[in-house]
Design a protein around this ligand. Structure first.
Ligand code: AMP
Length: 398
């Protein structure tokens, strides 16, 4: 029960209004520890309820202790703009009865707007590292009185090359602050960030694996791109879904496929790293509002996308690694809803699929679309490792 977590009535009221009935496992474990002032290393994926797990203790601290009138009291650093905006929204909802100001600072927006926002002195700032560092350098913001620092999706901060910027920002922060680091995975690169934690408590919730149980994971063999296009269209026409998210590995592919799907009567849009911020925002809003129900996206563009009712995820191109696969399918089957994830596997992707299955200890269920049979039937021979055997050398002509 949320009431067992000793949160202020106003926070309990907003949690209730947001329809959260029970705390999720990460919330149950992390909230009391964070409220006790400990540094935390939280191993939890998107969809676990990790955002509220760090926002609620921050808000509780601000309610209990009025604190200084000026200066940022909590800073949440995240890898992408969308994630910053989403956390900003969740924070505003959670804070709706307690008059705490929240500011979102990201690249892609005007400096002067952000300077004005900082002058209003939001107690909580949600930000991407690049822009934050620029504002720190020009003296528009100071973190000398910071009480809580959150590094959210630390694995992505690392993958996107933000570690040095994050460390430079941390160097300007109040050394007596509390630090919370959250990451779905803990690759070696995250260790440099972990070093800023002081005597951290580790909170492990194997949400990624638990989540898998509410997601059916299938694969369909495909001959080539054209075959995949037909399979994708077939899935969109034959599966019942509210919203579908289709992943490609390249920007061009996302744009191209969105065009093809539109031509075939699907209400689709696309999102990738080079789409301008305002267009991205309107695409996400259209997806959220149901004006479009198919979104083609690259990994980076979809990161942190929190739109309810995504019940179909298609890997048009297989994820390049296990962690990306987890993040991708983590978009569906959230908070107990059922989801379906279908990976289209071409001849060059079989080994990748096998290695992801081994890494995550899952087995994708084979599926066939009888209207669209292909020539590729999977590897002929399987080695003990599960990898396809190398094609045998042709015999020389005699
Ligand atoms: P997150 O892992 O923070 O991205 O949260 C995933 C989704 O779960 C978000 O849409 C949250 O609003 C929602 N959520 C967070 N906590 C709860 C809860 N205790 N009960 C139901 N939904 C929740």
């Amino acid at each position: 029960m949320f009431s067992d977590l000793l949160l202020d009535q106003r926070l309990l009221k907003s949690v209730d209004k947001m329809g959260f009935e029970q705390p999720t496992p990460v919330q149950e474990q992390a909230i009391p520890l964070a409220m006790a002032g400990r540094d935390l290393l939280v191993n939890a994926a998107t969809g676990s309820g990790k955002t509220a797990a760090f926002l609620l203790p921050i808000l509780q601290r601000m309610i209990t202790d009025a604190g200084p009138k000026q200066g940022t009291r909590a800073l949440v650093l995240v890898p992408t703009r969308e994630l910053a905006r989403q956390i900003g929204k969740e924070c505003e909802k959670l804070a709706s009865y307690c008059g705490i100001k929240v500011g979102v600072i990201t690249g892609g927006q005007e400096f002067k707007v952000q300077r004005a926002l900082l002058r209003k002195d939001p107690q909580i700032v949600i930000a991407t590292p690049g822009r934050t560092l620029e504002l720190v350098k020009e003296g528009s913001t100071l973190f000398t009185r910071l009480e809580v620092l959150v590094l959210d999706e630390a694995d992505r901060l690392f993958e996107m090359g933000f570690v040095d910027d994050v460390l430079a920002i941390i160097a300007t922060c109040n050394p007596a602050r509390q630090t919370l680091l959250l990451s779905a995975t803990l690759p070696a690169g995250v260790r440099r960030l972990m070093q800023v934690l002081i005597d951290p408590v580790r909170v492990m919730v194997n949400e990624a694996r638990e989540q898998h149980e509410s997601i059916r994971q299938q694969y369909i063999l495909a001959d080539d791109e054209k075959h995949k296009e037909k399979l994708l269209l077939w899935l969109l026409e034959n599966e019942t879904f509210e919203r579908a998210l289709v992943f490609t590995n390249t920007r061009d592919q996302a744009t191209h496929l969105s065009g093809v799907m539109r031509y075939r009567g699907q209400r689709s849009g696309y999102l990738h790293g080079e789409v301008k911020q305002d267009v991205r925002n309107s695409t996400i809003t259209a997806f959220r509002d149901g004006k479009i129900n198919v979104l083609l996206a690259s990994d980076v563009a979809s990161r942190g996308l929190d739109v309810k009712g995504i019940d179909l995820v298609v890997n048009f191109d297989m994820a390049r690694k296990g962690d990306d696969y987890v993040h991708r399918i983590g978009r569906t089957g959230r908070a107990g809803e059922q989801g379906l994830a279908v990976s289209l596997i071409g001849p060059l992707e079989w080994n990748l699929k096998a290695s992801i299955e081994r890494y995550l200890r899952v087995t994708l269920e084979p599926r066939k679309v009888k209207e669209l049979p292909g020539n590729y039937k999977g590897p002929k021979k399987l080695k003990a490792s599960g990898k396809a055997a190398a094609p045998s050398k042709r015999k020389k002509k005699e």
